[in-house]
Design a protein around this ligand. Sequence first.
Ligand SMILES: *[C@@H]1O[C@H](CO)[C@@H](O)[C@H](O)[C@H]1NC(C)=O
Ligand SMILES: *[C@@H]1O[C@H](CO)[C@@H](O)[C@H](O)[C@H]1NC(C)=O
Ligand SMILES: *[C@@H]1O[C@H](CO)[C@@H](O)[C@H](O)[C@H]1NC(C)=O
Ligand SMILES: *[C@@H]1O[C@H](CO)[C@@H](O)[C@H](O)[C@H]1NC(C)=O
Length: 230
Amino acid sequence: MLNLGTMIVFLYAACLMTFSDASNIVESNYGFSVVDANSLEFVFNNAPEAAKWLKDNSELSLKEKYRSDRSTWVALYPVPFLFSGSLKFPAQTEEIRKHHQHFPQLVVQKTSSNNWNRRMHLQLSLGSLSEVWTTSLNITGPLSNWSFADNTLPAPQTVSGGPPSYICRLTGQSNENWSFWLEANSSEPLRIDVAVLDQFLVDSTKELKSLFPSWADMTVFTTFFSTYYL
Ligand SMILES: *[C@@H]1O[C@H](CO)[C@@H](O)[C@H](O)[C@H]1NC(C)=O
Ligand SMILES: *[C@@H]1O[C@H](CO)[C@@H](O)[C@H](O)[C@H]1NC(C)=O
Ligand SMILES: *[C@@H]1O[C@H](CO)[C@@H](O)[C@H](O)[C@H]1NC(C)=O
Ligand SMILES: *[C@@H]1O[C@H](CO)[C@@H](O)[C@H](O)[C@H]1NC(C)=O
């Protein structure tokens, strides 16, 4: 079938929340990425209503300051490797706070040491999130063993010249806590980015979604992102 005049752009939009502990939001953004030969600039030029909404009704010019780093999209891993660019715009946090009393939280239950090896037993709770689809961990630093995948570490990933890191995806019930351990073979801290993808959208995100043209095939979700040094 030949369908003239229709164009589909795969647009990923997210409300990205960054927080420092289970209740403290550091940053909140609307993020956009595209999997298409057409750029995000093209999408926004053809979605003037959405562009205006993001800028409180003033003119949007896509300057450098809206460019964002791919690592904030790790919840969608490995899809971000297909992204041709991403943008982020400041978002409000009150609405998210109204819906969630508790954000995801990683807690050390106990640590055992053997020579230079530290084994940390961790518990990840998903807080009060309701429609969790997936959780990704991005672990950077002296990781030497873990309780996942029959204690086998995969080959580390390197993104655009950054440090090697290990990515692990957890899928499952949001009313259960995940228990696992990570082992480090030096005293350097492990950096653990926890990114939880929730399909629940607050009303303002739904409104923003409705302002894009129908040829943009949108995947919209909320991401909760936090970083721990353990
Ligand atoms: C994982 O984290 C490291 C360190 O912050 C970062 O350089 C890298 O881009 C992240 N990887 C992915 C796939 O997001
Ligand atoms: C899950 O983790 C949270 C936060 O650490 C804790 O308050 C809760 O009691 C845990 N639930 C279970 C069933 O262990
Ligand atoms: C720590 O473990 C990693 C992964 O097994 C290994 O590549 C590295 O050589 C180890 N470092 C030390 C100091 O033992
Ligand atoms: C990883 O831990 C498991 C369970 O303790 C152990 O059997 C295995 O030998 C460890 N692997 C490495 C490479 O240290």
